[in-house]
Design a protein around this ligand. Structure first.
Ligand code: GLY
Ligand code: MN
Ligand code: MN
Length: 448
């Protein structure tokens, strides 16, 4: 099992990230980052609390009703403050422990103060600053609080109050930092990848003895938890047969039918960090000839795209590689007809490969970070983590021989860009036809 890292012992990484953020903004700025609010699921029950990714990145502080306030004065001198809930015996008996500001200061390496003093602290911090950096429009309660403070400053010039003149979106500044993972993040993402790959192995092993998609989902969640990851990074997709053609299918309530493929897109969240893996395999453990042909084509495209993930290359290089393989393969199988060059030029394969090839990965499954700089594809660089996930989806009624209908295949891995190329963080989840069939045959033996 992955041993849980105590999130309070790694605050030095958060301190470096706050330093980097402060270095990236001009003098006479104030930065406000809010914890996520709790969200009601129904009546008086909440969804499991998930911390705001930017707030977590900068603090590791896990509670709601908290706020990070960073200041950089005219001379570039900086100060940092965390506001959090007070200890509260009664609330803690009902709802769970709270750090309180004294303990938070000790454990998170940043001066923590009671949330009750926040309004006055914001007034003082914003007064006479030029720039206010905040993710405006994200949390209504924060917007309201800040606009009240700004109104207060504007209303009382005789007191010497001056409101910031520039309201700047904080998100792109933090996004640029988050795009490049530090050593602590890389370790977590490697572990998240390994755990998620184990879960896919478990699903393959157990599949032949299961009846419904949601039972495969349960196997995935079981393995996540047994390996130390309590949460999924996103809602697990288990699409059997033609359900695999629905890209974000999460009903997961259909029967598993002998002879069909099943597509599972599932990744755990480990201390905030996401893995994102898709594997597709035959429910009965053996690919049919048609399933194998489409599967091998997607795998070849995935391998060709992965080979392009190295510093200096761009996502266009990965897409070009995948499109060339998919187009040629679809032509050879008779699913597309025409001239190879023209089909590539018009991206004809996108009829069956209907989504993007990948995305940044990190604290969010579709992680932050600009894909283009000044309108141009951004080159890969060490520390970036991205997915490569080609797929082919051939629903009933497609304009091809009906022997292909109902086949949906996606294969997705998570790649860390390193100096000499990339590391695949998720390749312990089997993906060759022979490896999948061998693992599933083992599973069948255990079941019988
Ligand atoms: N799991 C969502 C995606 O692959 O992008
Ligand atoms: Mn993905
Ligand atoms: Mn995915």
């Amino acid at each position: 099992m992955f041993s849980q890292v105590d999130m309070t012992t790694n605050h030095t990484y958060c301190a470096s990230r706050r330093e980097a953020l402060l270095a990236a903004i001009p003098n006479n700025s104030v930065v406000v980052v809010s914890a996520a609010p709790e969200v009601i699921r129904s009546r008086d029950t909440d969804f499991p609390f998930r911390q705001d990714s930017d707030f977590y990145y900068l603090t590791h502080f896990p509670e709601p009703e908290a706020l990070l306030l960073l200041q950089k004065d005219e001379l570039g001198q900086c100060s940092q403050q965390l506001f959090c809930r007070d200890k509260d015996e009664l609330a803690e008996v009902w709802h769970g422990r709270r750090f309180g500001h004294a303990q938070a200061s000790q454990l998170f390496g940043i001066v923590a103060t009671s949330f009750s003093g926040l309004d006055e602290a914001l007034l003082q911090a914003l007064n006479q600053k030029t720039y206010l950096y905040v993710a405006q429009g994200l949390y209504q309660a924060l917007d309201e609080k800040l606009f009240a403070v700004l109104a207060n400053l504007r209303a009382q010039p005789k007191k010497g109050y001056v409101a910031p003149t520039h309201l700047v979106d904080l998100r792109p500044v933090i996004a640029e930092l988050r795009l490049f993972k530090d050593e602590f993040e890389v370790k977590l993402m490697q572990s998240a990848g390994l755990i998620s790959a184990k879960a896919h192995q478990r699903a393959m092993l157990r599949c032949t003895s299961l009846q419904f998609e949601y039972q495969l989902e349960a196997e995935i969640r079981h393995e996540f938890a047994m390996q130390g990851a309590r949460h999924c990074a996103y809602n697990t997709i288990v699409g059997a047969g033609e359900n695999g053609c629905i890209l974000h299918y999460t009903d997961n309530d259909a029967a598993l039918k002998n002879g069909d493929l099943v597509l599972i897109d599932a990744g755990c969240e480990l201390q905030g960090y996401a893995a994102d893996i898709t594997r597709t395999f035959p429910i009965n453990g053996k690919f049919t000839a048609e399933q194998a042909a489409i599967y091998q084509l997607v795998l070849d495209a995935q391998l060709a795209a992965c080979a392009q993930v190295k510093p200096g290359n761009t996502s266009k290089d990965t897409l070009d590689a995948a499109v060339a393989v998919l187009t040629l393969g679809l032509l050879e199988l008779g699913i597309l007809q025409g001239d190879f060059e023209s089909l590539v030029a018009e991206l004809a394969c996108k009829k069956y490969f209907i989504h993007g090839l990948g995305h940044w990965l990190g604290l969010d499954v579709h992680d932050v970070g600009a894909y283009k700089i000044a309108g141009k594809e951004r080159p890969f660089a060490p520390g970036m983590v991205l997915t490569i996930e080609p797929g082919l989806y051939i629903p009933k009624g497609s304009a091809c021989d009906e022997k292909w209908w109902g086949i949906a295949v996606r294969i997705e891995d998570d790649l860390l860009v390193i100096k000499d190329g990339h590391l695949n963080l998720t390749d312990t989840a089997p993906k060759t036809i022979s490896a999948i069939e061998a693992l599933m045959a083992q599973g069948e033996k255990i079941a019988n």
